[in-house]
Each structure stands twice: as structure tokens, then as C-alpha cells.
Design a protein around this ligand. Sequence first.
Ligand code: GTQ
Length: 351
Amino acid sequence: MLKPITTQTEREAYYSRISKKHMAPLWESLHSLVPQYPSTRCIPAIWRYEDVRDAIMESGDLITSEEAVRRVLILENPGMTGEASITQTLYAGLQLILPGEVAPSHRHVQSALRFIIEGSGAYTSVDGERTTMRPGDFIITPSWTWHDHGNISEADGGEPVVWLDGLDIPLISVLDTGFAENYPEPEQPIIRSDGDSYARYGHNMVPVRHVSKSRTSPIFNYPYDRSREALARLATHSPVDEWDGVKLRYVDPSTGGYAMPTIATFMQLLPANFRGKSYRSTDATVFCVVEGTGVVNIGQEVFEFGPRDVFVMPSWASISLSAGQRDVVLFSYSDRPVQDALGLLREERVP
Ligand code: GTQ
């Protein structure tokens, strides 16, 4: 090997001099800046619902949804504490709304999904339409649309309702494209009836002169019973994928594209006693268990999971999914549309 032309001490003195001019030597960090494969701070993690439910319910005694604006416990990736991120680009949180409460109307550039976890009586309003939230429903709040959430009174049968919020907050933050504003009233006016968008767009038909104006699906509530029925039928009558079980992607019915521009959403069924093969993908993915119990291997970790648990698979970590003695249903989301659009998505399936 050739002798270095300078000593490490001389180099460090140089680094310190150039740092005053806001410069740094590439050669000290080239390998981590241009990694051979994704080396992420995101680590595999699980939030078991039975471990977090008490804390969520306790937040209901601590602050009202009106005061909090959104009463949410953020699920922070343990490798990125304090960053409000579950993956590098995505956010997850568990939101609680109690009977009779309103979470006041606002809008922001960040796109949001709601995946309903428990309780009944809650509703969300988006762009003049209200929809009832039921467990297993996948609901979209498109970028820059007014949205407020509410819950009917206890006398009318309202229960505490918890849902998983999935947003592209870290992505918008890295792009520095965030804007937000509050609506002048707590709730926006409702101008279309519950189920209007589903009737227009949710039945393999669209209004005759419909032209897509938005990058987000015009359906804003994809009800669980319909998704569940499709998965059950496919699991019974078709061969099951050895890695995914039966996995379907939610779509914008007017384009066939992803339901949201920055977040892909999926629902899958693992038949009872399914032993999934291992795969990896660059789109770090958040899973929410709807039904059944099973085991997931992610990298070096092994997690047993049950209904309402949330777990996260980092980019390029190997994952395999197994079901217990009942069918498992999983909802999941990732930043796949972004990676797809930019030609960055890579996947590898171990045979
Ligand atoms: O419901 O609008 O979890 O704006 C984080 C930010 C929920 C919401 C979150 C939000 C919302």
C-alpha cells in the first residue's frame, strides 16, 4: 500500500478548517451516502394492541379532542425516536375520539388514511361528505381537503373509537412542501349524503362524464365487508401466492392506479396454517392485523401478532408471514407509489 500523503491528524485539522466554510470531505462518508444496499435507521417493531390500549384510553381523560385538535398517540419507530416516523417516509398514529366529541376541521398537504380499529359511532367528513367509520374500513383524506372527525353521543350508541392514522408526514417534511390551515368552524357543512361517493365510484362504474381531477381516489371509504368478501372468495377458489397468501391492492377505480398518490394500501388473507416464504422489498411497510393470530419474521426479529396489533417492516429487511389456526387478515401501507413513479422499487422473493 502507498504511504498516505498526509497523517490523520493533518487531515482532521483540514476538515475542521473547511467546516467553517460549510464544506465536508466526501471521501469520509462516501460509502454511507451511496450504500451498497439500503441501510436504514428504521427497525422492525410491533405495537401489541393489548399493551397500548390502556394508554390510548387514558389520553381521553387527559385532553379533549377539541383542545388536542387530533388526540393521537404517534407510533414512533424505536430506531427514530422523536421523529414522528414509523418509516423514513411514513407516519403512524392511533387516534381516539369519544362519544359526542368533534376533532375540528382543517386541511393540509399531507395525505392521510384511516384504518378503523375498534368502536362504533364515529364518522369523518371530507370535502362535504360524511362517512361512518366501521372496524376494518379503509378511509382516505386526500391532500388539501377539509376534514373533521366526530362521534355520536353516548345516548345514541356512540362508543370510544380508535383508528390507525397513516400519513406521508415525513415525506412532505423532507420535501419541504407542507402547508396547512384551519376551517373557520369546528365542522364543515355536509353537502352530500353518506355513501354518495361509494355509489358513484364503488361499483365498477363511474359517472358518465367523469374526468379525474385529483390524484387521489374519488372513493373515500372502502368498506371492510367488501374487501373481506373478495379475499375469502379468492382464498377458497384460487391458488394462494406462496409469499403473500391472497393480497389485493386498493385502487382508484377511475384510473386503476394507487388509491393515494404517495401511499399504497393493501389487504391480504393468509389462510389458516399458512407458512409464507421470505421476501424483501424497498418499500418499508406498516401492517395492521384485522383478524387472526400468527407469526411474522422480520430481519432477525420474530413477532407473534394478534388482532389490532401494528408492526413495521423496514426497507430491504426479509419478511415472512405465518398464520395460526384461523385465517389471518392484514391491512398494510407503504410509500410504493413514490418508489414506483421514480423507478426505485426493488423486490426479491426467496424461492
Ligand atoms: O386526522 O387530520 O394522526 O392532521 C396526524 C395529523 C391525524 C388528522 C394525525 C393529522 C391528523
